[in-house]
Design a protein around this ligand. Structure first.
Ligand code: AMP
Length: 611
């Protein structure tokens, strides 16, 4: 049962947000006004709905909720949990146990998060009605955008959207990323025509798991309809940059197909061929134009050169994606970047109500009807206030304070109860009574190129794994740090290694010089040890490039420490940063590099889970 706020002022297109372009938008905007004005009472109702819907579940019974649906009892009795705490229950559901363990509604599928646990994607159980809730949030995007960008009904959106391969759990439920689930749903495939939301990409191109064929078809359709394109987007910035890279690599083939009105034999998927061929006719003039623009070797402003009517980029550049802002600015000639939504596999959270603001000013308003939200205050010095006795200190959505940082905790209709998402958010203001949050960071993420998230322990394990290969040379890694290199597309991980190579060869070992091929193999050994999301991005998506080890000369990490101390770090407390982004430090490291090595192959990855 969705929470429906009272709709007022029904016959006017004037809303609290200002005039809407039509009555349909006005209705959506009024809906948001009501939700945000009544954030606290909507939250109270959402919690009561979730707790009564799931009252008989094994989980709520275990904590003796006895049918209570009020906040006090909920907070007093239910612990704040992490994925690892719920893993036994989740595993039982995945293995086919259909009893109401976490949720009274049948689990329809598992959403595979880009967050991992023990190297595997986390599995989030979901229920059918959650699709409606996600759809509801999507339906609010265009009414908000229409407030800021006029005339979106006069053209189309060129969106590079992709699905990923899916697997089945031992119990037979599909396990796939949330966007794959959404694009494959009737909500997306059979969406009603909306002149404000027309895509250049045919569904068939989006719904192909072969990333080359999917991208090729989407790019071709985007080029053919280039003058219709009013916005260019992808979910995350990294996805849009991959599309630009694809154009750089394949424009000749694309121009040839456009010139001849043909479709390359590399597109073997029949449904894509049928969907695309109808729109193709020989257009040598367009082919010449594309050739002229792409053969210059100058890619600055390519987006606006090819799609001159683009008003904005629709792409998330907050959080880990902020590293791509300068590159996107370069390719787009400084077009505005709209970050519209904040969402996860566990729950869709909210929207940016000022989508045309600068990336640094983006705040997301959590919609209080999506789930029940609580916030752990982040203690600036000592990490997080996590003790269970502190569970009642969690702050409710309507009561967070401006300027403070919190870790997000959610309770969802699908059965997650007081679940720590791992995102750290800062309150920047309120829209009515609903707080707005700046995404600060994901907890424990050291390296990220696209959806991959590598933490310190995973990096440590990878270094340990790889350093086995240099042991026969009487060598070891004495210090290391890392950097997500995104100046070229695809980006890749750079790991700086300082080695200690002992002069005396060890028994049965080799002389004290490590051959370059061995260090190349170390790169691959590191990749083998990284989590499944990393390896999938390397192998199936090609969205991360080969890992690089840069060997720095002995003493470099001591210099790093001297530098930190000269800037005020305490010598007693100094720890080697396991990831560096600060330019002077990167420059210092790079000036001490003695050799660079790249992974010579692809790590192992298979679409099925290993458990
Ligand atoms: P997943 O569970 O794989 O869908 O990843 C969800 C996570 O992606 C969130 O918990 C955030 O850490 C991150 N994320 C999603 N939307 C945004 C956004 N708009 N800005 C920054 N990070 C985001």
């Amino acid at each position: 049962m969705a929470v429906k706020p009272k709709v007022t002022n029904e016959n006017s297109t004037v809303t609290g947000f200002g005039p809407a372009v039509n009555e349909k938008d006005a209705e959506k905007l009024r809906f948001m006004e009501e939700l945000t004005k009544n954030a606290d009472s909507v939250q109270e109702r959402v919690l009561a709905e979730i707790l009564s819907q799931n009252a008989e579940t094994e989980y709520l019974t275990r904590y003796k909720l006895n049918g209570a649906t009020d906040r006090e009892t909920f907070k007093a009795k239910l612990p704040v949990v992490t994925y690892e705490d719920l893993q036994p229950e989740i595993q039982r559901i995945a293995n086919g146990d259909r009893s109401p363990i976490l949720c009274s509604h049948p689990i329809s599928e598992f959403l595979t998060s880009s967050g991992t646990s023990a190297g595997e994607r986390k599995l989030m159980p979901t229920i059918r009605e959650e699709l409606d809730r996600r759809q509801l949030l999507y339906s609010l995007l265009i009414p908000v955008m229409n407030l800021y960008v006029p005339g979106l009904d006069k053209g189309k959106g060129l969106y590079f959207l992709f699905i990923k391969s899916e697997s089945k759990t031992p119990g037979g439920l599909p396990a796939r990323p949330v966007l794959t689930s959404y694009y494959k749903s009737e909500h997306f495939k059979s969406r009603p025509y909306d002149p404000y939301n027309v895509y250049t990409s045919p569904n068939e191109a989006i719904l192909c798991t072969d990333s080359f064929q999917s991208m090729y078809a989407q790019m071709l359709c985007g080029l053919i309809q280039r003058l219709d394109v009013l916005r260019v987007g992808a979910v995350f910035a990294s996805g849009l940059l991959r599309a630009i890279r694809f154009l750089q690599l394949h424009w000749e083939q694309l121009a040839e197909d456009i010139s001849n009105g043909t479709l390359t034999g590399q597109i073997t998927e029949q449904s894509i061929r049928e969907a695309v061929i109808g729109g193709l006719k020989p257009d040598p003039e367009l082919a010449r134009f594309i050739t002229k623009e792409c053969s210059k070797g100058d890619w600055a402003g390519i987006i606006t050169r090819i799609w001159p009517n683009t008003k904005y980029l629709d792409v998330i550049v907050t959080g880990a994606m902020a590293q791509y802002i300068p590159t996107l600015e370069y390719y787009s000639g400084g077009l505005p970047m709209a970050c519209t939504m904040y969402a996860s596999s566990e729950c869709y959270f909210g929207l940016n109500l000022r989508p045309m603001c600068a990336p640094a000013d983006v705040s997301y308003t959590i919609m209080p009807n999506m789930g029940y939200f609580e916030f752990i205050p982040v203690d600036g010095t000592n990490g997080y206030n996590t003790c269970n006795g502190g569970a009642h200190q969690l702050v409710d959505l309507a009561h967070v304070e401006i300027g403070k940082e919190y870790e997000l905790v959610i309770t969802t209709y699908a059965g997650l109860c007081r679940y720590r998402v791992g995102d750290i958010l800062r309150v920047t203001g309120f829209h009515n009574a609903a707080p707005q949050f700046k995404f600060i960071r994901r907890k424990n993420v050291l390296l990220s190129i696209e959806s991959d998230k590598t933490d310190e322990a995973e990096l440590q394990k990878a270094v340990t794994n790889a350093s086995e290969l240099i042991k026969p040379y009487n060598a070891s890694v004495v210090e290391y740090t890392s950097h997500a290199y995104t100046k070229c597309i695809p980006g890749h991980y750079v790991i700086y290694w300082e080695l200690l190579v002992k002069k005396d060869p060890i028994k049965n070992g080799k002389s004290g010089v490590i051959p370059a091929e061995v260090l190349d193999e170390c790169c691959l050994a590191m990749e083998e040890a990284l989590n499944t999301v990393y390896r999938q991005s390397r192998v199936a998506d090609g969205s991360i490039g080969p890992l690089e080890i840069r060997v720095v000369r002995p003493g470099t990490f001591e210099e790093l420490m001297d530098y930190a101390i000269s800037r005020g770090a305490s010598i007693n407390q100094y720890k080697v940063p396991r990831c560096v982004n600060f330019l002077p430090i990167l420059e210092l490291l790079d000036s001490r590099v003695v050799s660079a090595h790249f992974s010579p192959g692809l790590p192992k990855w298979a679409p099925t889970r290993s458990d």
